[in-house]
Design a protein around this ligand. Sequence first.
Ligand code: MG
Length: 242
Amino acid sequence: MNILTAPPALQQIKHVLIDIDGTLTDDAQDPQIDDQYFGGNVLLEMIRDLAVASGLSQQHVESELTRMIDELLFWDYPMLIEGVGLPLTESMEALKNWHPTNLEIYEDAVGLVHGLLEKGYILHVISNNPHSGCLLKLDAAGLLLHENRPVFFHIFNSTHQKGQKHQSEFWERAFCDGDLNPGECAVVGNHPYEDAKLPESLGIGAGFLVVRDQPAAEWCGSILQVQDLLQILPQLPSRVTL
Ligand SMILES: [Mg+2]
């Protein structure tokens, strides 16, 4: 890679928006999202099982959860937990306990986050997970707090931005809700369309696409493909002024 081929917009970057699934963390073994689970999500199945263990019939719980998911559309785990009458704190603790053994944490991602903080960038999450799903994964990765301050200023998610990253409206809502100028934003993710091509079409300053089983490539427009997330750090100038 040659820094001279980098687009000039890099000097304007103030904010870095980072994807979670496949970028910061991944499934360690069995996938979290899979048809083998109730609702296609192991965490939904856990909520069902907790409700059944509390004395409700499986048929009743499944129909209530399905109804809430359909009606809410942009649901989050606490809404469903309270909706079936489970205690929130204990139930969220059960979901939290699933993560350490079932989530792979990418060490290059953790290094990237700390390196970007040291360089003075403002970090945000941009994820298809519901809000609490983001928090559970960030917590497992040790990326909720740094020196007693939140690592991420905004957590853009399916619950609050009402959608998914393959929709341009989702990105537009995130930029609007965060009062972000897309040209001042870099995006880090692992999906060629929703983390790179789509936000590039909306005017982001730069995109970094991690493809861990392929060597890094040259800049293509405002997108740089990297094999290791730490390859991003030399590309972005320090924003720290002494
Ligand atoms: Mg991803």
